[in-house]
Design a binder for this molecule. Structure first.
Ligand code: GDP
Ligand code: IMO
Ligand code: MG
Length: 428
């Protein structure tokens, strides 16, 4: 099995981190191909809750080498902090285990200030970004004025480029009514971090291809979700990268014929953090039950920002679409345990858009906002699933729910999860 791509099929937070942790056990390389520290991937291992933002979840497996590919945007200060936290928890983080693409782009303090200014300027129409500077960093990349990670190999040149970049950004910040930055003061921590990250830099495309040539198994750990994709998501309420299977190839620099498995991760219900349409969104008691109170680390509060997540019924109109966009060979359905105790469960299988019945989501936000989900109601189950490890031990109603989702998505579900712990997986 040369390369496996793992992608989120909803609006992020599907449980990609825990699924990547499972697949990492049979991988040699685990790579991030897009996004930055807007991601928050939770892995519960050895009684520790790890919240990974930039580091691939494979870091928790000693034999795995982790790659931050050319498609990611990198905040050097936050990455270093994350590395230090991992080291404090007994994880080995060395240049032998972590490689960073010289072609990745740097998120600067100016990008963070621009993200904030842009959100403020949008007022009620704000995207609800994570305020990590993601959009502005990708804008500089496509505008061909970005700072690539390779610059960190020469700390002096990096510092000069960073000062110039902040000075230029100050003009835009002032025009947008944002606070301008002192180039030297705001860059100091970045310049220090860059010097410390220098040993980790590499041509990661060459590295991954060399590992593939010698039989290495590569896992691409997707971030965000397909409904947040810059092209395929509900634009403009999206992130600025391509978190799809196609994006994994450009974001890492290897060819499509290396990939023989595309694993799509979906939560057994819908969640979204930030603005934008969400046809199956619930309010009131049902939403609160899906969200949880926040007492448990797996309750629906943002891993990166702590914001309560919007919750709703499972939407297989979107899933049918996102499964197809990624060419998923199999699905993983997470958080089934959270559905225990509901009298009945609803699944959206089509939309009514202006009186017309559709099986795939419309392409504009305005239509998606008008889309009325058409639901099928299935019987719920009362049993606690957290100790179940075998398909045959799942309640009949749970099995019926899983089978119906697979049928509606026209893709096999091979694994479901019934709790956040490593072993709380059921393979079908
Ligand atoms: P990611 O961004 O896709 O990696 O997902 P997050 O880590 O942001 O959010 C998923 C949350 O659900 C995390 O707190 C996980 O620990 C938790 N989680 C994952 N799978 C399950 C599951 O099967 N049951 C429960 N109860 N929690 C889960
Ligand atoms: P993981 O990898 C959930 C959302 C933000 C916002 C939009 C744009 O943990 O699944 P950005 O900061 O990227 O410009 O914000 O995208 N968003 C996520 N939502 N999980 C994520 O990552 C997300 N990354 C970005 O909430 O709506
Ligand atoms: Mg997350």
């Amino acid at each position: 099995m040369p390369a496996t791509i793992l992608v989120g099929l909803q609006w992020g937070d599907e449980g990609k981190g825990r699924v990547a942790d499972w697949l990492a056990a049979e991988s040699d390389v685990v790579a991030r191909s897009s996004g930055g520290d807007n991601a928050g991937h939770t892995v519960y291992a050895n009684d520790i809750v790890f919240k990974l933002h930039q580091m691939p979840s494979g870091i928790l497996h000693q034999r795995v080498t982790c790659v931050l590919g050319n498609g990611v945007v990198l905040n050097p200060v936050n990455l270093l902090r994350e590395m230090e936290e991992l080291i404090a928890n007994g994880v080995e983080v060395t240049p032998e285990r972590v490689v960073i693409s010289t072609r990745a782009h740097i998120i600067t303090p100016a990008h963070i200030a621009l993200d904030k200014a842009s959100e403020q300027a949008r007022g009620g129409g704000a995207i609800g970004t994570t305020l990590r500077g993601i959009g502005p960093a990708y804008m500089d990349k496509t505008g061909r004025r970005g700072l690539r990670a390779g610059l960190m190999a020469d700390p002096e040149a990096f510092a000069d480029a960073l000062y110039q970049h902040i000075e230029a950004a100050n003009v835009t910040l002032a025009a947008e009514g944002g606070e301008t930055l002192d180039p030297h003061a705001s860059a100091t921590a970045y310049v220090d971090a860059a010097a410390r990250l220098k040993p980790f830099l590499k041509d990661t495309s060459l590295y991954i291809n060399s590992r593939l040539k010698t039989g290495g198994r590569v896992l691409c750990e997707g971030a965000q979700g397909t409904m947040l994709d810059i092209d395929h998501g509900d634009y403009p309420f999206v992130t600025s990268s391509s978190p799809t299977a196609g994006g994994a190839l450009t974001g890492l620099g290897f060819g499509p014929l290396q990939v023989d498995r595309v694993v799509g991760v979906a939560k057994a219900f819908s969640t979204r953090v930030g603005s934008g349409p969400m046809p199956t969104e619930l309010e009131g008691e049902l939403a609160a039950r899906l969200r949880g109170t926040g007492e448990n680390f797996w309750d629906e509060f943002g891993t990166t920002t702590g914001r309560p997540r919007r919750c709703g019924w499972l939407d297989t109109v979107l899933l049918r679409y996102t499964t197809q966009v990624n060419g998923c060979t199999e699905l993983v359905l997470t958080k089934l345990d959270v559905l225990s105790g509901f009298e009945a469960l609803k699944i959206a299988y089509a939309f009514d858009v202006d009186g017309e019945r559709v099986e795939f989501p419309p392409t504009t936000v305005a239509e998606l906002e008008r889309a009325q989900p058409i639901y099928q109601t299935l019987p719920g189950w009362q049993e606690d699933l957290s100790a179940v490890r075998r398909w045959g031990d799942l309640p009949d109603a749970t099995r019926a729910y899983i089978e119906r989702v697979a049928e509606l998505c026209q893709t096999p579900i091979r694994t479901v999860s019934v709790g956040p712990e490593r072993e709380q997986l059921v393979h079908l």
